[in-house]
Design a protein around this ligand. Sequence first.
Ligand SMILES: [Zn+2]
Length: 246
Amino acid sequence: MRILAIAAHPDDLEFGIGGSVARWTLEGADVSYCLVTDGSAGSNDPNTDPTKLIQLRRDEQMAAAAVVGVEDVHFLGYKDGTLQPTIELRRDLTRLIRKLKPDRVITMDPTVIFVDAEGYINHPDHRASAEAAIYATFPSAETRPIFPELLDEGLEPHKVAELWLMFSEKPNAVVDITETMDRKIESLRCHASQVGGQDLEFVRKWSAYAGKETGYAYAESFRVLKLIQPEQSEVPETVSEAAKEA
Ligand SMILES: [Zn+2]
């Protein structure tokens, strides 16, 4: 099982899927992370040196990934805060998908603009990275005539079996993270420049809420799209079953 998780900022994946990733790597999955932006907007302090902040956030991300069993982390280096879902970004993500050949791509749900009841406007970088990621997954990764320059790099088309969207308002699957909840918090803590000193109890509350319906103490929820029907898929069912239909 090969999984590629794509997000805008260092720390997005720890908030969204850290518990599931910890579980999947324990079960033998091969997980790669891709962070689209450089994290340089992660401080409002006028004295912050952006170059130092970019390096710090890379280091924090590598440490956070290692906590949940992920060593392969890709940084695309787009500027944090003003990301657009451009063709260049879609090509960069298509290149990565064709190189890594994941069975499953995970990203945010790009349709979420407002998060009800929390007074929260979804960050435009989240939506931009997710839009580019879903269209890189389909149709760009599997369609030969799209981005012929990638063929020149030796990158043949690849069909992704499953697309999983985190932070979706229409989840249809949950992963039980009861056993890995503590590791999720530990990986989040690695982003000290962002969550240092912050009480992360709210993350446990989110996870408890996500698990309520299925009776899990803690869970992460997803909207799962099967891009290859199970009978055609080479994805082992035992791994797919980690997601129980909610
Ligand atoms: Zn973010």
